[in-house]
Design a protein around this ligand. Structure first.
Ligand code: M6R
Length: 366
């Protein structure tokens, strides 16, 4: 059942190229310039007339929501807010008829997310679900939705659910951008073709497994770890840290790289590993200066870089390479080495990778 892999988590990490393909199969027709998802097409006007989109989710799905915020706002120019479902449901939020709420959940059973959906519906919002489990409570409770079609995710640590959620939300962002006319036709076409290349790039990113294992062996006894990223990769930093905490029990924090100087930099010394997500796009130069700041305080730098990188390589203690990609699509690649890193560290520490202590796959109680 684990398909020859030692753990479900590893199997699911390796399933990502196919899972992403399954997510966009029949929905992304790059040559024709078409993105089609019934749940979106049937409700296109609701999305286009929305005053704002509110995304509610928990854990890893909330991180996917943060990536979606960046993508939807940049592509479709619709304001997006991302909320922890558990906070949203209890804070008497302002919800209007013209709001579109997107609920993201792998299991479709998360109690807080379900409650947030009910609240949004009571207040007249249109609620769209992004679930993996077909027929789950959230998929039934929402007005419309799109399944990720990632296949069963058994490991408690979410992996392929995250990358497929980002895939579908990117498709939605592109569809809305086309309808809104907020993206040039040539950029739109380019993204469609770029998306089609993602599965093979994820496959290529998986080749970093050997290096990830070597790096894991060096840092497996760390007691703390920082993850830094900017822009689209800030949520990936949060996700990397969550993955390490939940399966290896090492305390980890994710931060937007520039926030470091507002506090966390005080933590840095020679015993602090810092994972920096530094692809050659976006704020590369800014990330390079953040790396210099860490280095001058003797922090150990593990950098996720684009193949062929020169500058970061000179500064970092270790580099893990990912293939080149359009900035907005880099989270689908930078996530891979972080999943593998935490997986190997957890295995080396003798942890129960697929069923970490105190955690359940679906959090059906609040
Ligand atoms: O099934 P859901 O996506 O609603 O679950 C949300 C979180 O409980 C989940 O992502 C959790 O954080 C994972 N264990 C993270 O790996």
């Amino acid at each position: 059942e684990k398909g020859g892999y030692e753990h479900f988590m590893l199997k699911e990490i390796y399933e990502q190229p196919n899972a992403i393909k399954d997510t966009y199969r029949g929905r992304l027709l790059a040559d024709k310039g078409i993105i089609q998802m019934a749940g979106v097409e049937d409700n296109l006007e609701k999305f286009l007339n929305a005053d704002r989109i509110i995304i509610v989710a928990c854990g890893t799905s909330w991180h996917a929501g943060l990536v979606a915020e960046y993508v939807i706002e940049e592509f479709a120019r619709i304001p997006v807010e991302v909320e922890y479902a558990s906070e949203f449901r209890y804070r008497n939020p302002i919800i209007n008829k013209n709001d579109v709420v997107i609920a993201i959940s792998q299991s479709g059973e998360t109690a807080d997310t379900l409650a947030a959906i009910k609240l949004a519906k009571e207040n007249g919002a249109f609620v769209f679900g992004v679930c993996n489990v077909v027929g789950s409570s959230i998929s039934r409770e929402t007005h419309a939705g799109a399944y990720t079609h990632a296949g069963p995710e058994i490991g408690v640590a979410s992996t392929k659910a995250f990358t497929t959620q980002i895939t579908i939300l990117t498709l939605i962002a592109l569809r809305l951008a086309k309808a809104n006319g907020t993206m040039s036709v040539s950029d739109y076409q380019r993204y469609l073709h770029e998306l089609e290349l993602i599965p093979s790039k994820v496959q290529e990113a998986l080749e970093c497994n050997v290096v990830a294992e070597q790096v894991a062996a060096i840092y497996k006894d760390a007691t703390n770890c920082l993850y830094l990223g900017r822009g689209y990769n800030f949520p990936v930093a949060l996700e990397g840290a969550l993955k390490l905490k939940e399966i290896s029990y090492i305390h980890a924090e994710g931060y937007p790289a520039a926030e470091m100087k507002h506090g966390p930099i005080a933590l840095i010394d020679e015993s602090m590993p810092v994972v920096v997500i530094a692809p050659n796009k976006g704020h590369y130069d800014k990330v390079v200066s953040n790396i210099q700041e860490i280095k001058s305080r003797s922090g150990k730098i593990i950098a996720i870089v684009t193949k062929g990188d020169v500058q970061v390589k000179e500064l970092a203690d270790h580099v893990i390479e990912i293939p080149e990609a359009n900035e907005a699509l880099t989270p689908l690649l930078t996530t891979i080495p972080l999943q593998l890193l935490s997986y190997h560290i957890a295995v080396m520490r003798g942890c129960n990778v697929d069923q970490p202590r105190n955690l359940a796959k679906s959090v059906t109680v609040e």
